[in-house]
Design a binder for this molecule. Structure first.
Ligand code: BT5
Length: 250
């Protein structure tokens, strides 16, 4: 993959721009970065707070795979970001919460949003992986409702890296893990994901919007990236990315 960076001061959403670029034929490896976004979003239209001081970018990939495997790219991106941040910030306190949150000391520092489109024969035409990392945001940069659940890397670690440095580290990891995934499949990514995750083994409630739809223990992640949850009677159920969120049982 040849990385090609396009940097902007302001965009509505780097995912939106990357999807448009991909629809117009942009090559695999195109990376769209913005210093701030005025319409950054998460899953199911949630708002992603994106002031200056964060790293907001999206990368276009064109893997020749069946669509059911595309969720693996979210896990892959989570692994790459975690690996890069642990190395740059010299800490083991960064973990992945299934499917797409990266946490430090239990607070969210990064979210990942994958979108894809299929071609006429049902294969993946492009996947856009959007990554938002709170690098040097100050407490006041977060809306009050996020101040207990979110933080920035520099706040949490008392280090002072800038967005360009973080981008360099993260892209380097994405490139190498993506290449390994293309060559050998999901095995090593899943192993790393298991190593970095803070979800497996925990008692959780599965929520659809704000309604609890299932409770149990998160016991595994399958090859499609779905989370397998076992209830108290031993029944297993798997949950895809997308609409649901999970919360630890209080
Ligand atoms: C995500 O959604 O976590 C995926 C976020 C992806 C953002 C990137 S930035 C570059 C690219 N361009 C885009 O427009 N998007 C991508 P989700 O799991 O739905 O979580 C959204 C929730 O996270 C919100 O409802 C808030 O509770 C919380 N949140 C919003 N902004 C945050 C921030 N900056 N840091 C931590 N948490 C935040």
């Amino acid at each position: 993959m040849r990385l090609q960076l396009q940097k902007f001061d302001v965009l509505e959403s780097t995912n939106k721009s990357a999807v448009l670029a991909a629809q117009h034929g942009a090559l695999e490896g195109t990376v769209i970065v913005a210093k701030k976004q005025y319409g950054g979003h998460g899953r199911i239209g949630r708002i992603w707070n994106s002031p200056e001081g964060g790293l907001w970018f999206s990368i276009i990939l064109r893997p020749k795979i069946e669509p059911q495997y595309v969720a693996q790219l979210t896990l892959l991106a989570g692994v790459a970001v975690t690996q890069a941040l642990r190395s740059l910030y010299e800490t083991d306190e960064i973990f992945i919460k299934w499917p797409n949150d990266i946490l430090i000391n239990g607070q969210k520092i990064c979210g990942i949003l994958s979108e894809m489109s299929l071609n006429e024969i049902g294969q993946v035409d492009y996947a856009v992986i959007g990554i938002g990392i709170n690098v040097s945001l100050k407490e006041n940069d977060f809306p009050s409702e996020l101040r207990t659940t979110a933080t920035s890397l520099n706040l949490a670690t008392a280090k002072n890296h800038d967005c360009n440095k973080v981008l360099q580290y993260v892209l380097h990891e994405i490139e190498s893990i993506y290449q390994e995934w293309l060559n050998t499949g999901m095995k090593s990514v899943i192993e790393l994901w298991r190593h970095f995750n803070c979800t497996l083994g925990k008692k959780i409630n599965v929520k659809d919007c704000d309604k609890i739809i299932y409770s149990g223990t998160a016991i595994a992640v399958d090859e499609y990236g779905a989370l397998i949850v076992q209830d108290s009677s031993g029944n297993l159920k798997s949950f895809d990315f997308g609409e649901i969120s999970i919360r630890p049982v209080d």
